[in-house]
Design a binder for this molecule. Sequence first.
Ligand code: ADP
Length: 158
Amino acid sequence: YTGKTGAEIPLQEIKELKVKEYQSIPVVVGEADSVYDAISAMFLEDVGTLFVVDQSSQLAGVLSRKDLLRASIGKQDLETMPVSIIMTRMPNITVCRKEDFLLEAASLLIERQIDALPVVSEKDNHQYEVVGRVTKTTMTKALVHLVNSERPLGGNRS
Ligand code: ADP
């Protein structure tokens, strides 16, 4: 590897990395949007997972690439089919918060065999606002960045 100084990164430092230091921007669609529009958004925004929000902008569902592929091989009209009928929906969504440890989020991705987690801030009783996105790519970037700079991206470690 090409670590700049060759200094060691203490394991404790890796364990203390927070989601908020590495999270990326979430891409969301509305639950009334069509499957066709969701496929367009996935290409245009270059993400593998979309989050679905309801009319009050609260997390309602998740759409993966395979969810959209599965819908596309059916006979239905993608332009009139709302994403709400194919998405994985609340309360069955695995989420994380920006103050969580990045390693906890990584463990959830592995345990649940999913590619992405929405980073949420909790309003009241299970009403989640989507504030970020953590994916397997996030973990790859964190690993490379740690080794190359010995400092996490985004600075704010308080
Ligand atoms: P793909 O389906 O393209 O392989 P995933 O492995 O991420 O992508 O998704 C597998 C299934 O899990 C999909 O049906 C998807 O809707 C669902 N899923 C993805 N992310 C989450 C999540 N954070 N919480 C709950 N379910 C999810």
